[in-house]
Design a protein around this ligand. Sequence first.
Ligand SMILES: [Zn+2]
Ligand SMILES: [Zn+2]
Length: 345
Amino acid sequence: MHVVTGNIHIHSTHSDGAGTIMEIAQAAARVGLDYIIITDHHTLKGLSDEGYLEGVLVLCGSEINRAHHHYLALGIKNEIAADDDNPQSVIDAVNKQGGVGIIAHPFEKGSPLVLDGITYPWHDWNVVGFAGIEVWNWSSQWRDGASNLCKGLYYAYLHPLGPITGPCPQALARFDKITRQRKITAIAGSDAHDWHINRGPIRRRIFPYGYLFKTANNGLLLQKPLSQDAGEAKEQILTALRAGRAFIVNHVVAEATAFSFTITSGDNEFSLGDTAPLTAQTKLNVCCPSAPRHHTHITIVKDGATWLEHKDNQCSIKVKESGTYRVEVRLKKKPWIFTNPIYVR
Ligand SMILES: [Zn+2]
Ligand SMILES: [Zn+2]
């Protein structure tokens, strides 16, 4: 498997972001990302810029809907109209184009300091057919934490990581509930806009693109190295996302060099997004060789509940029950790696 790392959910000057796609690609190249996915509101103008820019694969999708039910539509060719009150129609329209649709920041709470406290949550969980959930939106989480002027100032000037705690627990719980029934993909989104905040005494660029590109990124497992042909490379990225061959890595904490989570059964090895058979030899293996052993805490979640806690940088354990298994790793208690599941059936 070949791992590529990139950032998803980015706004450019084609909607309400402050940077051009070229500037954004330059910021991504400076921090060494392999790919980025731009998702401007209600436009696919960025499609004409798709391809390799500054050595970074730049893909363009769109973020659809306004007041609520924000939906990231990746891999679509034609713009899809907003339909805030009928998110199913938007999900269906994305699927009809063969796109990958992801529910964005479903449980954000907002802050009175930003956009007058407006939030864009997801209400309708009767919908079907979406491909994934953005379980961690860095910008939303930061904003949720800046709940009053005092905290806003503190987080803006002194402690920008203060509100950052890892994926949204409610979104993860929803993800776990759904993945007991069917496969979907969890991603992290930066929601990068390069915000310029001018509110009372706070005048600050909180999150330039280059900053957010060093936070929660998405590692994707590819069968072959990322193609230098942009069209083929796009298919590789979308295929991995659709299949859940993805894990979130918080680069503020560390690189996830050579991290792996597999389930083995005899000579067969299964990876993120795969379905492994339950046999007498089925074993679950986690390895983060780059992390110091005594500071690494592995949590294995089965069907939404903690199944195993292990204070080491690796573990290997027999699996005796079918279920949906995913891994969380904390390094020095900080949220670091969050994988998609392997399904044992
Ligand atoms: Zn949004
Ligand atoms: Zn957004």
